[in-house]
Design a binder for this molecule. Structure first.
Ligand code: ZN
Length: 431
């Protein structure tokens, strides 16, 4: 296996070449999904895959599958990510996962290495959700989280529907999204956080993605004149909100190191300098890898809202608007990634992703795991996003080895199954 080596220069060359499609003056990429720039990068991807002898198919959500046949007609082992970006996106978020997969495939083709299962490279449509909400919409339909009919009716701010934009760039395929069984899925991605860099680890073995719960709270008090209303007579909704913001911070801090809790949006009414605020609307974002801890945090938020607001004479209502359970990736895929990092000679650590990824939805229908590589200062969704040539190549190497590891396991299981079939056939009482 040692001769199967990712070409770091070639991978980097592809990253820089595609970065020109939608390049921004500050060195990032603005390549919103289903725009003409998206079409250009898709055309580039298709041409590269076809040059490697792959057959490229597109499903009715625009997800692209570049396939190299294996020795057996079993569902493919897929690897990939997304080629769309944020409006001020970087060169690596998503793109690395697709281009590293393409490079891994190229290494297999050049070596003439025959896999047991077919190998596919996937480009998922609209991972970012910047133009069409929700994010990860194609992998979401693929994994059964969203209905295709609903997804294609999503409109951007200009009123253009997803389905029409997909038709317009010529990437609405015939295969029904989701009717494409996979033996496994591996996604390489930049970490988008600071942990690997801080610990000087080369590879993150991603064991899952944390759960997310979103709440909206409205605190009702009473508008009053700031000069004429004595302090003891006030029902100041902003005081309640301020204390609740502190409590939410404390709730997350009390569950280190993985819990996070954030109030990111406040609307104060009437928002006037000489009116005691009578109403505050705020959002609460709680995240943790374990459902039990999320339950605890949610209960603590509800209790805090009462404890804070009751003595102030305020009425607080908290509504849960989104509950995305934690994702646990497949133990077999995780083990393949861990072994791949070790055999490739890279330092690694297990970690849980703080951000959502296509792999979350694919994991609902196929064994899945992810690989992280460090990015400078943990910065992403930013034109300054950066991972080095060596870091990108390390991720691609681990991706390649993980896929081959998984493929060998499939081959072994198949031969064991054939042997036991043969054995049971020999002693079958019916014969
Ligand atoms: Zn991404």
């Amino acid at each position: 296996m040692r001769n199967l080596k990712i070409d770091a220069e070639r991978l980097w060359g592809g990253l820089m070449e595609t970065a020109a499609i939608g390049a921004t003056p500050k060195g990032g990429i603005c390549r919103l999904t289903l725009t003409d720039l998206d079409r250009q990068v898709r055309d580039w991807f298709r041409a590269q895959a076809q040059a490697l002898g792959c057959r490229v198919t597109v499903d009715d959500m625009g997800a692209m599958f570049a396939r190299r046949e294996g020795q057996h007609d079993v569902p493919p082992i897929a690897m990939g990510s997304h080629l769309d970006t944020q409006p001020t996106g970087g060169k690596f978020d998503g793109v690395l996962g697709v281009l590293a997969a393409l490079e891994a495939l190229r290494v297999l083709v050049e070596a003439g290495y025959e896999t047991h299962a077919p190998i596919e490279v996937v480009n998922w449509t609209n991972e970012e959700g910047a133009r069409f909400a929700p994010a990860m919409i194609a992998s979401g339909v693929f994994g059964g989280a969203f209905e295709r009919d609903w997804a294609v009716m999503r409109a951007d701010r200009a009123g253009v529907r997803f389905g029409d934009a997909l038709e317009a760039i010529g990437y609405s395929g015939t295969e029904r999204c989701g009717a494409h069984p996979l033996s496994a899925f591996f996604e390489l991605h930049i970490e988008q956080g600071p942990i690997l860099e801080a610990e000087a680890k080369e590879i993150g073995v991603v064991t899952g993605v944390q759960g997310i719960r979103w709440f909206e709270a409205t605190i009702i008090g009473q508008d009053a004149h700031t000069g004429a209303t004595p302090m003891g007579r006030r029902k100041n909704a902003l005081i309640g909100a301020a204390r609740l913001v502190e409590r939410i911070d404390a709730i997350a801090l009390a569950r280190p190191p993985l819990a996070v809790g954030t109030v990111g949006l406040l609307e104060v009414k009437p928002n006037s300098r000489n009116v005691v605020p009578g109403e505050v609307f705020l959002t609460i974002d709680l995240r943790h890898p374990h459902t039990a801890v999320l339950d605890e945090m949610e209960a603590a938020v509800m209790q805090s809202a009462r404890e804070v607001c009751d003595p102030l004479g305020l009425v607080c209502t908290v509504t849960k608007i989104w509950d995305e359970p934690p994702t646990r990736f497949d133990p077999g895929c995780i083990a393949a990634v861990r072994r791949a990092a070790a055999t490739s000679g890279y330092s690694s650590r297990d970690m849980v992703s703080g951000a959502g990824h296509d792999a979350v939805y694919v994991a609902r229908v196929a064994p899945t795991a992810m690989i992280f590589v460090p990015c400078r200062d943990g910065i992403s969704h930013n034109e300054a996003e950066f991972s080095s040539k060596e870091q990108c190549a390390a991720g691609a190497q681990v991706l390649l080895q993980a896929v081959l590891d998984y493929d060998r396991q499939l081959a072994e299981h198949a031969s064991v199954a054939r042997m036991s079939e043969a054995t049971s056939g020999a002693v079958s009482p019916r014969e």
